[in-house]
Design a binder for this molecule. Structure first.
Ligand code: NAD
Ligand code: UDP
Length: 319
């Protein structure tokens, strides 16, 4: 049994990670400031005596004796991370400094949830870990992209300078149950719009691409990376099957049988035109890890989740 700290543990990915770590018999401390997380994401874990929850903001130091730290705290959707961009940078940078300081002090292994956004609007396709990226340092996505890039720098410097036992994972677009219904990400937006028979909002002409990973595949890759010896990353964790946003909209329409129509809206600035992970490094280093759940199966599970959520508490979100 390990003592494990999960920052951002009440969020979408963090809650699935806490659940899996508890199922494996670990002692889990979930730390969150509830900016985009929700206690209901972890309510079903509360009666497990191995689970503890702490309301705390990672921009402030936090001290606890643990063996491993998963640093997941950071708003991940463009709508949420652009709401208070200075805070977003603080969360990534000061959060990394505080958690790395803790890892150094208690000699814990620490994993950083980095992102495909470190590649920006990539000029290399698919993206391999040795690509340095194409990021606008002063655009609307910069608080997130540059914050995460600086966090990677801090992780590498704590590793080189202080021998901290780090892992860096670059997550590509991930979806599934417990995404925030108002976070504006494309999968949750399209599913909710389809379930309500509202217009499906494609930004631009819909020819931009993303590669969508189901959350269970991410959690598996995350835990394998944390527990692999002699490999620190950075490593891409994502599903290499690439779709245009128009194709995604069509799939959601087919799977829900909605009456919704597609409408086109202006493209946000700096929106990457294509994104697909090269996952050869993950396959090689993480015992053959690769995604098992493909888009249609993952969308069905996610549609089912949002269908229930809208029936049970849709009004809370103004639906
Ligand atoms: P999310 O917004 O659902 O979860 C983030 C959690 O962190 C929330 O519970 C939020 O309340 C908490 N948080 C935010 N700022 C905090 C702070 N200052 N102190 C303490 N807690 C704070 O997002 P997610 O999709 O679950 O993302 C989890 C992590 O994975 C993030 O670091 C994100 O950047 C990274 N990531 C996610 C994706 C994706 O597609 N989901 C892609 C790339 C990277
Ligand atoms: N998008 C869209 N309609 C929406 C939400 C998003 O067309 O209602 C597009 C967005 O412009 C981007 C892609 O879908 O090209 C993925 O957006 P998301 O916010 O999910 O994540 P990103 O990968 O851009 O961080």
């Amino acid at each position: 049994m390990k003592r494990i700290l999960v920052t951002g543990g009440a969020g979408f990915v963090g809650s699935h990670l806490c659940e899996r770590l508890l199922n494996e018999g670990n002692n889990v401390i979930c730390l969150d400031n509830y900016f985009t997380g929700d206690k209901r994401n972890i309510l079903h874990l509360m009666d497990n005596h191995l689970f503890e929850v702490v309301r705390h903001d990672v921009i402030n130091p936090y001290f606890v004796e643990v063996d491993q730290i998963y640093n997941m705290a950071c708003p991940a959707s463009p709508v949420h991370y652009q709401y208070n961009p200075i805070k977003t940078t603080k969360t990534s940078v000061m959060g990394a400094i505080n958690m790395l300081g803790l890892a150094k002090r208690v000699k814990a292994r620490i994993l950083q949830a980095s992102t495909s956004e470190v590649y920006g609007d990539p000029e290399v396709h698919p993206q391999r870990e040795d690509y340095w990226g194409h990021v606008n340092p002063i655009g609307i996505r910069s608080c997130y992209d540059e914050g995460k890039r600086c966090a990677e720098t801090l992780f590498m410097d704590y590793y080189n300078q202080n021998n901290v036992d780090i892992r860096i994972m670059r997550i590509f677009n991930t979806y599934g149950p417990r995404m925030h219904p108002k976070d504006g990400r494309v999968v949750s937006n399209f599913i909710i719009q389809a379930l309500l028979n509202h217009d499906i909002t494609i930004y631009g002409d819909g020819s931009q691409t993303r590669s969508f990973q189901y959350v269970d595949d991410l959690v598996e890759g995350t835990i394998r990376l944390m527990n692999t010896a002699n490999f620190i990353g950075p490593v891409n964790i994502g599903n290499p099957n690439e779709f245009t946003i128009l194709e995604l909209a069509q799939k959601v329409i087919d799977l829900t049988g909605t009456k919704s129509k597609i409408i086109h809206m202006p493209m946000p600035s700096d929106d990457p035109t294509q994104r697909r992970p090269d996952i050869n490094l993950a396959k090689e280093k993480l015992k053959g890890w690769e995604p098992n759940i493909q888009l249609e199966e993952g969308l069905r599970k996610t549609i089912n989740y949002f269908d229930n959520l809208l029936k049970e508490r849709g009004t809370e979100y103004g639906y």
